[in-house]
Every structure is written in structure tokens, then in C-alpha cells.
Design a protein around this ligand. Structure first.
Ligand code: PGA
Length: 244
């Protein structure tokens, strides 16, 4: 169960969130819980999550270890603050910041090199869905991106299916639509990496997940977890999703 805070909250607000959130998920041992705040909040989040089951993730990671890459944050820097996960290729990065399948692959490889679990996002635009192109888009994103990993690398990643038309819009994909897309992605995984990889890859659903729809989404065997934006900003609401 992963929360993506996007560009919300200061370090002080981060600490306040964890004070409230920690006790609400203290006994939530049925899943892994990851919160991904903005870079500036990571140190505060790691400190506040100490002695709790909650892990802290970044919202991106550079493909290089260090160098002349203004505005980027590298794997070793994330290691140094205790970050365990990184979201890669979120649709907002693809749409507004020029992220491509190729850079997604490079960032994923860098995360793995530094022991950080990548949460790699894929998903179609509204026009793709309306024109019946969803499977093509998902297949293309897979083949041009994470299909470039080795088998050993692939075993360590998490995929998030996030239909762009469902993100921040209040329009959740129905559990059936989400499960269908997950099957497409899992089918690609099976073709490229084999049955074991397809059975064990965790695929999260993201896009307007809320406390009142988490249970029906999670009831789909294809859906292994959720990536939550807006509803992860509030401790009570994210805890009720975690404890669906
Ligand atoms: P949302 O965002 O839950 O606010 O729709 C999900 C995401 O972008 O990860």
C-alpha cells in the first residue's frame, strides 16, 4: 500500500502526519506500507517512521550516481537518508517533465543498483482508452521500458498500473477494468520473463483510490496493492485504505 504525496507537505507537516498515522497502522502486518513524500521531506519522514512498519520512498531517482544533473537526486543520496523505495515514470513525470520509457528503464536500473525498490508506473491516457488502444499502450510501455531489465532485476520491482484518466479526477477504474489491465501487464511479464515472474510480480492499482473503494479493488485477485495520491495526504484516510 503506497502513498504518493506529489508536491504536498513541508517537513513539519510530514512529522505531524506520521504522529497521527503511526498508531493507526501499528498492527497492519498484512501488507507493506510505503509513503513517498517530496524529496525535501524524506529525512523527516524516515525519522518519524523509525520503529514503525512504514517505509519511505522517493518520487523519482536519477539514473546516474552523481554528476552534472541539476535538480536530480541520486540513489546514494537516497540511501544516505534511509529511503527504501522510489516511484519511477509516474504519468505526471511523463506528461509534464519529458520522462520516457527509456529514461524509466535507466532510472529503474539505477534504483536497483543502489538497493532501492522501484515502483514503476504505466498507464494509458483517456484518448487511448476511448480509441481501444489501452493494451497497445501498456504493452509498448512495458516493452520499451522495464522489459529491458534482466530476470534478476525484474524480480525486485513493483509495477503500478495508473490509468491517467483516473488520476486525481475522482474517476476510479472499476475493479474489472483495473483487473483487465493488470492481466494485460501480467501477460507481458509472462511472455518476457516466464510464469514464475508473472505469478510473483506485484502490480498496484492507482487512480482515485479512496477509503470507500479500496476494499472492492483489493478484492480482485489481480490487484496486489494500491498507489494512492490525494487520499494518502490525510492520515486517517490513508490508514483506512491500508486497513481496508
Ligand atoms: P490519486 O493519484 O489517488 O490522487 O488519483 C494517484 C497517483 O497519481 O499516484
Amino acid at each position: 500500500m503506497a502513498g504518493n504525496w506529489k508536491m504536498y507537505k513541508t517537513p513539519v507537516e510530514t512529522t505531524q502526519f506520521f504522529e497521527k498515522f503511526g498508531p493507526l497502522v501499528a498492527n497492519s502486518s498484512h501488507c507493506e506500507i510505503v509513503i513517498c513524500p517530496p524529496f525535501i521531506d524524506l529525512a523527516a519522514a524516515v525519522a518519524a517512521a523509525k520503529n514503525s512498519p512504514v517505509r519511505v520512498g522517493a518520487q523519482n531517482i536519477a539514473w546516474a550516481k552523481e554528476g552534472a544533473f541539476t535538480g536530480e537526486i541520486s540513489g546514494p543520496m537516497l540511501n544516505a537518508v534511509g529511503v527504501t523505495h522510489a516511484i519511477i515514470g509516474h504519468s505526471e513525470r511523463r506528461q509534464y517533465f519529458g520522462e520516457t520509457d527509456e529514461t524509466v528503464l535507466k532510472r529503474t536500473q539505477a534504483a536497483l543498483e543502489f538497493g532501492i525498490t522501484p515502483i514503476v508506473c504505466v498507464g494509458e491516457l483517456l484518448q487511448d482508452r476511448e480509441s481501444g488502444n489501452t493494451a497497445n499502450i501498456l504493452t509498448g510501455q512495458f516493452q520499451k521500458g522495464i522489459a529491458g531489465l534482466s530476470e534478476q532485476q525484474f524480480a525486485k520491482i513493483v509495477i503500478a498500473y495508473e490509468p491517467v484518466w483516473a488520476i486525481g479526477t475522482g474517476k476510479t477504474a472499476t475493479p474489472e477494468i483495473a483487473a483487465d489491465a493488470h492481466r494485460t501487464i501480467r501477460g507481458q511479464v509472462r511472455e518476457k520473463f516466464g510464469k514464475d515472474a508473472a505469478d510473483s510480480i506485484r502490480i498496484l492499482y492507482g487512480g482515485s483510490v479512496k477509503p470507500d473503494n479500496a476494499k472492492t479493488l483489493m478484492a480482485q485477485p489481480e490487484i496486489d496493492g494500491v498507489l494512492v495520491g490525494g487520499a494518502a495526504l490525510d492520515a486517517v484516510s490513508f490508514a483506512s485504505i491500508v486497513n481496508f
